[in-house]
Design a protein around this ligand. Structure first.
Ligand code: NBX
Length: 819
């Protein structure tokens, strides 16, 4: 029986035969000699056969019904391992465990063989993965479009405390068992060349792109399996290959290696994921990735649309395209080019379709993350697109002139083209002008998008700027990663909460029930033990699971303020050693974070935390009260162990800088209490759980802005607070770098003489005080359990199912279609 009561056909004998067949014919192994890895691969292929069948069936049904679909365009999908999650969605976990047992294999061990597909950097990429899961779970017709990077986000290790990056060949030698190549969907993509004018057969003056070269886009589909519903949607990833692997003339001239240069160059386009988050680098190869992604995806959308017998005029009725940040913005001029140059529509007809097809999500206000591309670079690589961007801007400037006559300042500010020594194209402006909806990712963020980032656009296009608060999938982030808690929830509220997270609110009834509190905390204890075991096995550090597990896991960035966390740790260290009256409940501070390889200060912060960890973890004076653990190579599969094990969740960005956050939601669902600023979705989490069940500290957005305007002086805080002084000054010494004083000084220097751009010092005192409150409250385990239970119970707003329904109802106007 499946979860919804339908009988599911699982033929165990046939499944075992399929696994054995793959073991021998796909992986050339025998049951006697096969490694665990080969068994995992063979099982994966056998499962993929089932999901691929369902994918084709879903595709056919949607084409036949002419259902309106969303196309989610993203340069990143941080999906994490698929096998365990898909087994749960297919309702086959127990069945397959039993089948594999009969083949002498343990399912848990097999699942550990899978490498995380890390095709994203952080929150933005992970959000795309949660959204695909929620689209499939609720059967909203959807295709995800991304890139098939050969190397995902780099693997991180620490050498003498410093981050070292290594390439992430996520597919391994054998390929990834869940992916299926779709050779018939291949696309040809043009690059470079020039634009020429010509007169068509009706005597119209036309323009067309004469490309300088082409490359091939090969489609790979990963199955996004709907939870308990048999629907499977494609995550379609494009791999770039050379169109002309051999230059025959050079080949015949005997230059065998040189003849393959085009293949080598085209092979670079999807070679590797750019490892920056919230930072724009402006590299030509990145623009080529973006255009390659957009050209393949738009062409595939049109292939499906026209192939199903629809007219081009019906495009915006049947398809909508969601741009995940500005990274796929070049899809807009690409669609305009196709409509005008290939379908021969006039500008107005093309614009009427395109501007009703695209919608854009903004994920950041940080100026250094807002993408701009040099006009010269676009003109060289995509000459026809640059013409179209100019035309969009020209018409838009006419509108601005009509609205604010003679106001050149507002024109300069809103223009898609930024004037200067080198003219730049502002991708966010192009998006706001050319889409029917623009959304921020949390209520506060969306207000700031309207108030601070795009106030004039908001006047010009009333109603276009809107909010959809982020969410996370409860299937991966509760059911799969926290089986103990899931069983407890199911027992109290029934089995259907993974699709209806509102049901979990019923747990509030048990928040004061002491027997339930004990069971809830026992689950937490087991999860802490699971993490402690991982740390012992992989890092050889002994941890006490009675300590408070305090966790900060996210990309390393100044605005996220891992260094505020570090200063607090240094203050505890200082007090434990110097103040005999000071007492604290034992605490373990966990970090997990990758720094962009070129981000020097972020790397210095990692080094500092590792050096502090090395010292405090072995300092007998601390009597085991303080431990610091920096988990190397933080990734989705480690997040699945960390979130369930947390007592305290660190969400401590400078107010106004973190657009939403999504880790904050995963922690709270799994019963961690948040220490956080009034930033991003923390604000809405506080509304849901109530002020007593979250620890809020620090300056508010408006206080941050005011302080900066008045002239912020970090030294004021330094001189006024001896604890802060101690924490900062120890960074100048060799306390944590014996024999090498000054190795950690860059952080102190940035905070004092560098102006402390993210107001770490201004928030320090309140942060310390709030941690003291946490320390006191944790000692009362009943009250703590009550608060943790309420956090689990009151997080239903942050299911990505709700986010997707908001998009579907308020932006996309999309209806579910069941199989
Ligand atoms: O998107 C993140 C925000 O920082 C989070 O607050 C938010 O919760 C999340 C989902 O909405 N942004 C993010 O992860 N950005 C990137 O990863 C990024 C990657 C490449 C790039 C710019 C930003 N060029």
């Amino acid at each position: 029986m499946s979860m919804n009561g339908q009988t599911k056909q699982f033929d165990k004998a046939a499944f075992k035969a399929a696994v054995e067949k793959h073991l021998s014919t796909t992986y050339a192994n025998t049951a006697e000699t096969a490694t665990t890895r080969s068994w995992y691969l063979a099982m994966g292929r056998a499962l993929a056969e089932i999901s691929t069948g369902n994918l084709l069936a879903t595709e056919q049904k949607l084409a036949a019904e002419k259902a309106r679909s969303v196309n989610y365009l993203s340069l990143e999908f941080l999906i994490g391992r698929l096998t365990g999650n898909n087994l749960i969605s297919m309702g086959l976990y127990e069945n397959v465990a039993a089948a594999m047992e009969e083949l002498g294999q343990n399912l848990t061990d097999l699942l550990e063989e899978e490498r995380d597909p890390a095709l994203g950097n952080g929150g933005l990429g992970r959000l795309a993965a949660c959204f695909m899961d929620s689209l499939a779970a609720q059967e909203y017709p959807a295709v995800g479009y991304g890139l098939h990077y050969e190397y995902g986000l780099f693997r991180q290790s620490f050498v003498d405390g410093r981050q070292v990056e290594a390439p992430d060949a996520w597919r391994g030698l054998e390929g990834y068992p869940w992916e299926v190549m779709r050779p018939e969907l291949a696309q040809t993509v043009s690059l470079y060349g020039h634009v020429e004018a010509y007169t068509d057969e009706h005597g119209n003056a036309c323009r067309r792109w004469v490309p300088g070269m082409t490359v091939e886009g090969v489609a790979w589909d990963l199955p996004i399996v709907g939870y308990d519903n048999q629907s499977v949607y494609p995550l379609r990833l494009w791999e770039c290959r050379s169109s002309a692997p051999f230059n025959l003339a050079r080949f015949n001239d005997g230059d065998y290696v040189g003849a393959q240069y085009p293949a080598l160059e085209a092979g670079n386009v999807t070679k590797v994921l750019y490892p920056n988050d919230n930072h724009d680098q402006g590299k030509a190869l990145r623009l080529m990735q973006q255009y390659f992604h957009c050209a393949c995806s738009v062409a595939d959308i049109l292939r499906r649309h026209i192939g199903a017998g629809n007219t081009i005029e019906e495009l915006s009725k049947l398809e909508t395209i969601q741009l995940n940040d500005t990274h796929p913005t070049i899809a807009i001029p690409e669609l305009m080019r196709i409509l005008i140059d290939e379908f021969k529509l006039g500008w107005d007809a093309a614009w009427a379709i395109s501007s009703k097809t695209f919608a854009y999500t903004n994920h950041t206000l940080l100026p250094e993350a807002l993408e701009t591309w040099s006009e010269a670079l676009i003109a060289q690589m995509l000459p026809r697109h640059m013409e179209i961007i100019f035309e969009i801007n020209h018409r838009f400037m006419t509108l601005v002139e009509k609205t604010w006559p003679g106001n050149n300042e507002v024109k300069r500010k809103l223009s898609i083209i930024q004037e200067g020594p080198q003219r730049m194209v502002r991708m966010a402006n192009l998006c706001v002008v050319s889409t029917y909806a623009v959304n921020g990712v949390a209520a506060l963020h969306s207000e700031l998008v309207k108030r601070d980032l795009f106030p004039e656009f908001n006047e010009l296009f009333p109603g276009r700027l809107t909010n959809v608060t982020n969410g996370v999938t409860p299937r991966r982030w509760i059911k799969y990663c926290n089986p103990g808690l899931s069983a407890l929830i199911s027992e109290k509220v029934g089995e259907d909460w993974p699709l209806k997270l509102e049901k979990v609110a019923d747990l509030t009834k048990f928040a004061d029930d002491e027997a339930f509190q004990k069971r809830y905390m026992a689950v937490k204890q087991e999860n802490k033990q699971r993490l402690a075991d991982w740390v012992k096995e992989n890092m050889d550090i002994d941890l006490d699971t009675n300590a408070i597990f305090d966790i900060q896991i996210k990309r390393l960035h100044e605005y996220k303020r891992q260094h505020l966390n570090l200063l607090h740790i240094l203050s505890l260290y200082h007090r434990l050693i110097n103040d005999p009256t000071f007492d604290m409940h034992p605490r373990v501070f966990f970090f997990g974070a990758k720094a962009a390889p070129g981000y020097a200060l972020a790397k210095d912060i990692i080094f500092a935390i590792n050096q502090v960890a090395a010292k405090v973890n072995n300092d007998p004076r601390l009597k085991g009260k303080l431990k610091v653990v920096f988990i190397p190579d933080y990734r989705v599969s480690l997040a699945e162990i960390l979130f369930p094990a947390a007592d305290v969740s660190e969400q401590i960005s400078t107010a106004g800088k973190e657009a939403s956050g999504t880790g904050n939601m995963k922690f709270a669902m799994n019963g961690a209490l948040t220490i956080g600023t009034m930033d991003g979705a923390n604000v809405e989490m506080r509304e849901e759980v109530g002020d007593d069940n979250i620890f809020i500290f620090g300056l508010l957005v408006d206080e941050v802005q005011k302080l900066k305007q008045e002239g912020y002086d970090p030294y004021r805080y330094y001189h006024a607070d001896s604890l802060l002084r101690a924490a900062l000054d120890v960074l100048e010494t060799d306390e944590f770098t014996p024999g090498y004083p000054g190795q950690l000084a860059a952080i102190r220097h940035n905070l004092l003489d560098g102006g402390d751009p993210y107001l770490v010092l201004a928030d320090f005192a309140d942060y310390v005080k709030t941690h003291e409150k946490i320390d006191a409250e944790y000692r009362d385990q009943k009250t703590w359990a009550r608060k943790a239970i309420l956090n689990t119970a009151l997080m239903s707003k942050f299911s990505s199912d709700r986010s997707i329904r908001d998009y579907a109802n308020n932006i996309w106007k999309l209806e579910p279609v069941s199989r």
